[in-house]
Unconditional design. Structure first.
Length: 86
């Protein structure tokens, strides 16, 4: 459950895990100088979620996509994989 809520926080604040640690450093440095630091990519809770999951409703956000993948998610039996080895 903790990992789930960690990722909810990251999506809500428009950060990756690495960006979180970098932003924490920037936040503390700004605080030491009496300034405030704001993540330039943070668009607010709702818009951050829309950037990741699109404009679908919250109820359908976690359902599997109905969109066709751009390529088959499995190797085709007639495809010669060794021909593409460099």
């Amino acid at each position: 459950a903790l990992l789930f809520f960690w990722h909810v926080y990251l999506v809500s604040s428009a950060q990756t895990t690495i960006e979180f640690y970098g932003n924490q450093t920037k936040y503390f440095r700004a605080r030491m100088q009496g300034q405030k630091y704001r993540n330039p990519y943070d668009l607010g809770f709702k818009r951050n979620w829309q950037m990741v999951f699109g404009n679908r409703s919250v109820l359908t956000m976690f359902l599997p996509s109905t969109r066709q993948p751009p390529w088959p998610p499995w190797p085709r039996p007639d495809h010669d994989a060794e021909a593409h080895i460099v």
